[in-house]
Design a protein around this ligand. Structure first.
Ligand code: TEU
Length: 572
């Protein structure tokens, strides 16, 4: 890649900040974050230097899955505020040249959405075909615990949140599909009316001035004819081999792009588990700006999958992320992230959230900001926030954790309660959802009320105020790296080349754009490690663009890197 080959796009050069509104900042003492709370912190976002805010769902919702169960797409849920509050937020962000992307949740709605309330009334209701209804399978004897005797769900697909992906509905004696919770029935994208309704709704938000969408489980929209049983019992979830990347998915996404997105030059990032580079290139060809892929977030799954703990070695992580750094080429663009509202805190998962909390947090920041693609910062990671030390399930709020842990317990998949709690501490989505830590005041300055979920007890040490006062803090390091990312086409568009792929402690790669080159050396371990630069760069004159230890180096020479040390060299 040279300067002249660059296919510039605003969203390629952006740094995105993800806000989980329930846990960001509460201004009315309800204990739940709100839109006025985000408005109150727009200056904070501007100071951090981010270019785009991704807002997790704030639409009207019964809250069965914290807003990913939408009952009205064009209304703001009153717990977060009003449409006027939202319009004020958009204006305040745009005033500071910060763009806003909303969460698009259209694989499913809430079962309290008027469409579903109508759909379940009768088999000939005009909204019946907005969802996926089927008769149950006749079985001998009792049938399953989930339906009338002698009847079982239409197929063996399972929900991400545990149990069958079907629920029986007394009203019409049929079953409806829900890949997630039973209060999240899947929409039938085969139905052109459904697609037109969704496109109208997307256009409505784009007309209001948003800059794009994060698209929830967007590669699940197309289900195969006949909804066949899944043969692949080892799939991420039983049925995923059928309902992920379905037969008409590209028809729908290219149609959505042509009909809605293209006219607005909007950014789209699709949440896409279970895709490979070829599929991701095809989604890019459909018009998708970029995709969240999850290979690097599945390495620590244990023998029983997600709800069991496993370990991984650095070469595995390097392989998983380098696959995407090298796999898309010019036919796609990476969304670079290590965590979000569904994953444990990056510092506790990939770093050392004890003795090397600051050093490893800065190393992970270096990785995020120097890999090729658009970097995403999840709220609080810029402070070095860590996982929550759950003492019991009473502290857990997340439907995904509560349902899956209940089923795993019933199936005896935990040796004992200690193992159960250990897995929850490592895996639960609630690790990411504890309140943002603004200060060492009560409830970390998040609320004057009772927070909806406990505050991490380390807030007295780990908080925005303390971090901003300390020039050498994780927060100020993130600030500098965001600047660096803005100043350098090299770190945005440069090709990625990995060195020492099998090294167990070091992650070394170059970024090259024309005759410009940078070298990144990361010691991803608790021990100091000798770094012998690869021949191609050894001895080269260089300046340090960033380092999380106080070092000076004007050349790339063999050196001992301290635990979790990170260096970014600009080669001259
Ligand atoms: O997540 C989809 C998804 O795959 C996650 O459920 C993931 O598998 C799980 O959290 C483990 O990592 C999206 C949203 O991000 C999530 O918050 C919603 O719960 C889900 O879709 C349903 O809308």
């Amino acid at each position: 890649m040279t300067q002249s080959d660059i296919d510039r796009q605003w969203w390629k050069e952006a740094v995105v900040y993800q806000i989980y509104p329930r846990s960001f900042n509460d201004t009315d003492g309800s204990g739940v974050g709100d839109i006025q709370g985000i408005i109150e912190r727009v200056e904070y976002l501007d100071d951090l230097g981010v270019d785009v805010v991704w807002l997790n769902p704030i639409y009207e919702s019964p809250g069965a899955d914290n807003g990913y169960d939408i009952s009205s797409y064009r209304s703001i849920d009153e717990q977060f505020g009003t449409m006027a509050d939202w319009e004020e937020l958009l204006a305040k962000l745009h005033e500071r040249d910060i763009k806003l992307i909303m969460d698009l949740v259209v694989n499913h709605t809430s079962d309290e959405h008027i469409w579903f309330e109508e759909s379940r009334k009768s088999t000939d209701n005009e909204y019946r075909d907005y969802y996926i209804w089927r008769e149950g399978r006749q079985v001998d004897g009792e049938g399953g615990p989930h339906g009338p005797s002698g009847e079982a769900p239409p197929n063996n697909w399972e929900s991400f949140f545990g149990g069958p992906a079907w629920s029986y509905d007394e009203q019409t004696g049929e079953w409806y599909l829900h890949i997630f919770d039973s209060k999240q029935p899947d929409l039938n994208w085969e139905n052109t009316e459904v697609r037109e309704e969704i496109y109208d709704m997307m256009e409505w938000w784009l007309e209001k001035g948003i800059d794009g969408f994060r698209m929830d489980v967007i590669n699940l929209l197309s289900k195969p004819d006949g909804l066949p049983d899944s043969e692949d019992e080892d799939a991420l979830v039983v049925g995923a081999d059928h309902f992920m990347n379905g037969p008409r998915i590209h028809d729908y996404l290219s149609e959505m792009h042509e009909e809605v997105i293209e006219p607005y030059d909007a950014m789209t990032v699709g949440e896409m588990a279970n895709v490979d580079a070829e599929q991701a290139r095809a989604y890019s060809a459909d018009g998708m700006s970029m995709a969240f892929t999850f290979d690097h977030l599945r390495l620590d799954f244990g023998p029983n999958g997600r709800w069991s703990h496993g370990t991984f070695e650095l070469p595995e992580l390097k392989r998983a992320m380098s696959y995407w750094q090298e796999g898309l080429g010019d036919e796609g663009w990476n969304a670079v992230f290590l965590g979000n509202h569904d994953e444990p805190r990056i510092l506790s998962r990939f770093g050392n959230d004890g003795v090397y909390r600051a050093e490893s947090a800065k190393l992970l920041a270096t990785l995020l900001m120097t890999l090729q693609g658009t970097p995403y910062i999840f709220q609080g990671d810029e402070l070095g926030m860590t996982n929550y030390p759950f003492e019991s399930l009473d502290e857990v709020r997340d439907v995904d954790t509560l349902k899956n842990v209940r089923i795993a317990r019933e199936e005896g998949r935990f040796a004992d309660e200690t193992e159960m709690l250990d897995v929850v501490r490592r895996r639960s989505r609630d690790n990411a959802r504890t309140p943002m830590q603004w200060s060492d005041e009560e409830y970390a300055g998040f609320t004057d009320g009772e927070p909806w979920i406990p505050v991490n007890p380390n807030y007295e040490k780990v908080n925005v105020e303390a971090e901003r006062e300390n020039r050498d803090s994780v927060w100020n390091y993130y600030r500098r790296l965001v600047d660096l990312h803005h100043e350098s086409d090299l770190l945005v568009y440069g090709d990625y080349d990995l060195y020492l792929p099998e090294h167990g402690e070091l992650w070394v790669y170059t970024r090259t754009l024309g005759d410009e080159q940078a070298l990144v050396a990361l010691n991803v371990s608790d021990t100091s490690t000798t770094f012998e630069p690869p021949d191609v760069v050894a001895g080269a004159d260089a300046e340090l663009l960033a380092a999380n230890y106080t070092v000076d180096a004007d050349a790339v020479e063999t050196t001992d890197l301290q635990p979790w040390e990170a260096r970014v060299y600009k080669l001259n």
